[in-house]
Design a protein around this ligand. Structure first.
Ligand SMILES: NC(=O)c1ccc[n+]([C@@H]2O[C@H](COP(=O)([O-])OP(=O)(O)OC[C@H]3O[C@@H](n4cnc5c(N)ncnc54)[C@H](O)[C@@H]3O)[C@@H](O)[C@H]2O)c1
Length: 310
């Protein structure tokens, strides 16, 4: 069955998703560089808005189009969309929930190893003609305690991979964690403060909400071991960056790996310049597989919604 409607794709997405939408009869305009003013000016011509994280779907954007049916996020977090307001206007907001799971989990493992073995520092030194063999004594992951804050889709995937590396896994979530999974990975379920004080690595996988903003602050950082490595691939605002900078500079924690920042690209160069910080530019979901899957999942869901119940 063919469907009809006009779709505005505001951010760069995998072309396969666009082909799927076009094949189903949808008219798709691909404007991955559109700026906020252009978006507000032209959004009224469309039934469906497709975004990744660059485009902010604010009240103003929503109010500029009374006939909008769907806002689709080709990715996981919905914090760039005013979901409550959109839903109050009868607009369906959808995302590609599982698409990034493996990509983010594998990046976290890479970041843990980068911190444990100083891989970025070793690489930079060799390229500068320095042979730091004596200084670069690292630690092994085997037997270490990995604390996962937010044991959802990504957190669970990391736990499964980390078990393969013989790590011990500690988990904290606000909702009860499925018992079968707890048994499968031997998860030690605890409260946040105990997790923070017991882990050798802490990795954050909560959504950005009012409760999780600055969840990792000065007080929580002070609970952590001096030898801990903190990894954040969730959202920058989950950590108070000033507090993190102070803790890293003063040696209160050993290091951090950050894929996300309070402001992106980060303007606080002091934090990213610290030698015990490893940074990546929000590439958690940037794999060919994740991008293709996210675009396809979103295209199929849009078509399904427009077709209505079978
Ligand atoms: N770096 C990237 O490119 C990238 C890519 C994908 C997702 N993400 C981020 O990762 C987050 C997690 O993704 P997911 O697919 O695992 O989501 P998910 O919804 O499956 O899991 C999130 C978990 O966090 C828990 N949670 C919520 N509030 C909490 C709190 N206050 N304390 C403890 N736990 C809490 C939830 O109960 C849930 O189990 C996303 O919300 C997104 O912000 C980042």
């Amino acid at each position: 069955m063919q469907v009809s409607g006009k779709v505005l794709v505001c951010d760069a997405i995998d072309q396969k998703g666009i082909e799927v939408m076009k094949k189903s009869g949808l008219q798709v305009d691909y404007k991955p560089e559109i700026n906020p003013d252009e978006l507000i000016g032209s959004v009224k011509d469309y039934d469906i808005l497709v975004v990744r994280s660059r485009t902010k779907v604010t009240k103003e954007v929503i109010d500029a189009n009374a006939k909008m049916k769907i806002i689709a996020r080709v990715g996981v977090g919905l914090d760039n969309i005013d979901v409550k307001y959109a839903e109050s206007k009868g607009i369906q907001v959808i995302n590609a929930e599982i698409a990034a799971m493996t990509a983010v989990a594998e990046l976290v493992i890479g970041l843990m190893l980068s911190l444990a073995r100083s891989i970025p520092r070793a690489d930079a030194a060799i390229k500068n003609g320095k042979w730091l063999k004596k200084e670069l004594v690292g630690i092994e992951l085997k037997g270490r305690y990995l604390g996962i804050v937010g044991v959802g889709k990504i957190g669970k995937r990391i736990a499964r991979i980390a078990r393969g590396l013989n790590m011990n896994i500690i988990g904290y979530d606000i909702v009860p964690i499925d018992q079968q999974f707890v048994r499968e990975v031997g998860l030690i379920v605890t409260d946040l403060n105990t997790l923070l004080s017991s882990s050798d690595f802490v990795t954050l996988h909560v959504p950005l909400t009012e409760d999780t903003k600055h969840m990792i602050n000065e007080q929580r950082l002070s609970l952590m071991k001096k030898s801990v490595y903190l990894i954040n691939t969730s959202r920058g605002e989950v950590i108070d960056e000033q507090a993190l900078y102070n803790a890293l500079k003063d040696g209160k924690i050993a290091g951090a790996a950050l894929d996300v920042f309070e402001v992106e690209p980060p303007t606080d160069s002091m934090l990213v310049q610290l030698p015990n910080v490893v940074c990546t530019p929000h590439i958690g979901a940037q794999t060919y597989e994740a991008q293709e899957l996210a675009a396809n999942v979103i295209a199929e869901r849009i078509i399904q919604i427009l077709k209505g119940p079978e």
